[in-house]
Design a protein around this ligand. Structure first.
Ligand code: ATP
Ligand code: MG
Ligand code: MG
Length: 547
């Protein structure tokens, strides 16, 4: 990525540093702890932490916890875990709620400057006062309260004298402002609610706009990076900093990450969880970081993906196939190769002595220069895939057919001699012979065959459960889809298939990644027990959706 041209944010940081504007840059990742992080957050994390790493600054993890109703400590822990899993370490762990006293002081300061007032209007009245983008708003009847009265009322709001919704604190800017966000925005509302950190200390809570920029300024964030929908908020961000005479943090906006076949909003993901369309936040079909982790995606591949897609200034839709491509590339490098038969057809090797067996060596990973091997037991009866045999095969079918030869991976060349059927004509097994001189690694047979099949020894096969995932949604662009997004769920997004694994997989761990030869990349699911192994298909070997 060093040779790549700078993205627009890197250009800004680069020129700020060259101009001596800052000694070091400070960024922040500001999640609201009201849900689990998703791939969109991964983009933001890579961007914020990546900038600080590249330019020698640091990044704060700041929980934007100003809404007591939706937030929870459970989410705080999962967010910290996810950021670290992605490979990043924050400098300070901070909470907007730690600034509540300071923010309250900022409210007082604005009142004293004649720049804020307590408004008794209802939320409907305030909405009506706002006007429209083409029509100016109207002043609230409470707009010209005296400073003394405002100070007293604001304090009483804080002391719990008033019920929810009875009053708000508003900035006193301009009800005719061309930017709707500047039309006397609400700074504080009354909410008698328990907060996950401050408990019942507060019954007034600051709005996002009154908390975010000020938190940035308190932490001396140099570059505050957010998504495009905050462009119209920037003027207000700057207004608070100017009027409160705070550290001049600056807000920059980039396009949020949207992916095909994916919803990426915590609110929608929460619905999928609550209404049981998925098994939980970490369901491997979910675009949450806990979901893709369980699915087997690696942090390296996610970072690579975020790097590849770059930083856009306009909304766009990224092909989820690109993410899968990055996952495949990385898994190809690190996966242990294993053989698993999904749809077994028994093969009896008639010239292999009964009761005999031998241990063959299978390469763990041909991509690894220090590749080691594993033991692969071979015996007279093995399973191959049903689809690797055809009784009447077309010319270019290089797998098994009567009279045809194939190589068994890591083992011998076999020839199909006859087909064993039941009385109904259904194929029960194949009778094959093997070529003893053709053993992989010491093949002196001189025979060349085109096809290589994966297989497992019947006697040693370990039954496992595999979970095969498809897209969670049927439509490409859910942003464009009309009506309830849940009506676009793919009913076949999960298929559970019993399979037969080679015994090396008995030692599988969740830390490893596996390539089931010719089948895809898999990882051990935490649902696994000693008696039942469960594997998730992370991604297929090739792009099955390529056009
Ligand atoms: P959602 O819209 O899914 O509820 P959010 O923006 O409300 O997400 P926050 O916890 O407020 O979630 O987000 C933390 C940070 O992550 C913010 O800076 C936000 O801009 C960024 N972020 C959220 N979603 C995306 C996305 N899809 N692409 C890039 N950045 C995102
Ligand atoms: Mg938010
Ligand atoms: Mg949001």
């Amino acid at each position: 990525s060093d040779e790549k041209s700078l993205n627009f944010l890197e250009e800004i940081v680069d020129s700020d540093l060259k101009a001596g504007k800052y000694k070091q840059i400070i960024t922040r990742f500001p999640p609201e702890p009201n849900g689990y992080l998703h791939m969109g957050h991964a983009k933001s994390i890579c961007l914020n932490f990546g900038l600080a790493l590249k330019y020698g600054g640091y990044t704060n993890l700041r929980f934007d916890d100003t809404n007591p109703v939706t937030e929870d400590t459970e989410y705080v822990e999962s967010i910290k875990n996810d950021v670290q899993w992605l490979g990043f370490q924050w400098k300070h762990e901070l909470y907007a709620s730690d600034y509540f006293a300071q923010l309250y002081g900022f409210g007082i300061k604005l009142i004293e400057k004649g720049l804020a007032y307590v408004d008794d209007s209802t939320s409907e009245e305030i909405a009506a006062q706002k006007g429209t983008p083409t029509q100016p708003g109207t002043d609230s009847p409470y707009r010209n309260r005296s400073k003394e009265e405002n100070l007293k009322l604001f304090q009483e709001m804080k002391e719990g004298k008033y019920p929810d919704g009875a009053k708000v604190l508003r900035a006193r800017i301009d009800m005719g402002h061309i930017n709707m966000h500047m039309r006397d925005p609400i700074l504080y509302r009354i909410k008698h609610a328990h907060h996950h950190r401050t408990g019942d200390t507060w019954c007034i809570y600051p709005m996002y706009d009154f908390a975010h920029g000020q938190s940035d300024a308190i932490e001396q964030i140099t570059h505050s990076i957010c998504t495009l929908e905050f462009i119209p908020h920037r003027e207000l961000y700057d207004w608070f900093i100017a009027k409160l005479e705070l550290y001049p943090s600056h807000q920059y906006e980039f396009a949020r990450l949207n992916m095909t076949y994916t919803v990426m909003s915590k609110r929608k993901l929460l619905q999928l969880v609550n209404e049981k369309y998925v098994a939980g936040w970490d369901d491997p079909r979910m675009p949450t970081l806990s979901g893709v982790r369980r699915r087997g995606y690696t942090p390296e591949s996610i970072r690579e993906f975020c790097d590849k897609i770059g930083v856009a200034k306009r909304e766009n839709l990224i092909d989820v196939g690109l993410l899968e491509f990055c996952v495949r590339e990385h898994l190809n490098k690190i996966s242990l190769r294993r053989m698993v038969v999904f749809d077994p057809l028994k093969v009896i090797i008639t010239n292999y002595p009964e009761g005999k067996g031998e241990m063959l060596a299978g390469e763990n990973n041909p991509e690894d220069p220090n590749a080691t091997t594993r033991d692969v037991p071979f015996s007279r009866e093995i399973y191959i895939e049903q689809e690797d045999f055809m009784e009447v095969a077309p010319k270019k079918f290089f797998r098994l057919a009567p009279g045809q030869m194939v190589r068994l991976k890591n083992a011998y060349i076999i020839r199909c001699e006859s087909v064993v059927k039941d009385s109904a004509g259904k194929i029960q097994a194949l009778h094959c012979t093997y070529i003893p001189e053709s053993r992989s690694g010491s093949d002196t047979s001189g025979i060349n065959v085109k096809g290589t099949l994966h297989w497992v020894s019947v006697q040693h096969a370990v039954p496992v459960e595999t979970r095969l995932y498809d897209r969670l949604f049927k439509v490409e662009d859910l942003g464009d889809a009309e009506g309830d997004f849940k009506s676009y769920l793919n009913p076949d997004s999960l298929q559970v298939v019993q399979a037969y694994a080679e015994p090396a997989l008995l030692e599988a761990t969740t830390a490893e990644r596996y390539q089931f030869l010719r089948k895809g990349y898999f990882c051990l699911d935490p649902d696994s027990t000693h008696t039942k192994l469960v594997f998730n298909r992370t991604v297929t070997l090739r792009d099955m959706w390529a056009k």
